[in-house]
Write a protein that binds this ligand. Structure first.
Ligand code: SF4
Length: 97
């Protein structure tokens, strides 16, 4: 969930084992691993930004301001839900229905 919007959901093993949404991937990459030096330095500058407020007049994908893969339409359209596995669903234009 990102700023009140479900961006990816499903069986936890599937989502954690094969994350598809850029925010899910960012969350999983943020899990501290003491064996990985410089883990935080691998983040893109946009990915380190603060979480935005979502207002009644906000439009587009809620993750657009922080996404490294942002497309033109991401700032104006909410992506549809795409089923990516038996029980795994994602809202992102990078995935085809
Ligand atoms: S819909 Fe666009 S901004 Fe949102 S996560 Fe996908 S690529 Fe990034």
């Amino acid at each position: 969930m990102y700023v009140g919007h479900m961006v990816e959901w499903g069986e936890s093993d599937e989502v954690i084992g094969n994350p598809q949404h850029p925010y899910t991937r960012l969350l999983i990459a943020a899990v501290f691993d003491p064996s990985k030096k410089g883990q935080a330095e691998n983040l893109q500058p946009k990915e380190k930004m603060d979480i935005p407020l979502w207002r009644a007049d906000s439009r587009g994908c809620p993750f657009a301001g922080r996404c490294s893969h942002v497309l033109d339409k991401c700032s104006t359209q909410m992506p549809d839900v795409t089923r990516v596995a038996d029980n795994q669903f994602v809202r992102c234009f990078l995935l085809k229905n």
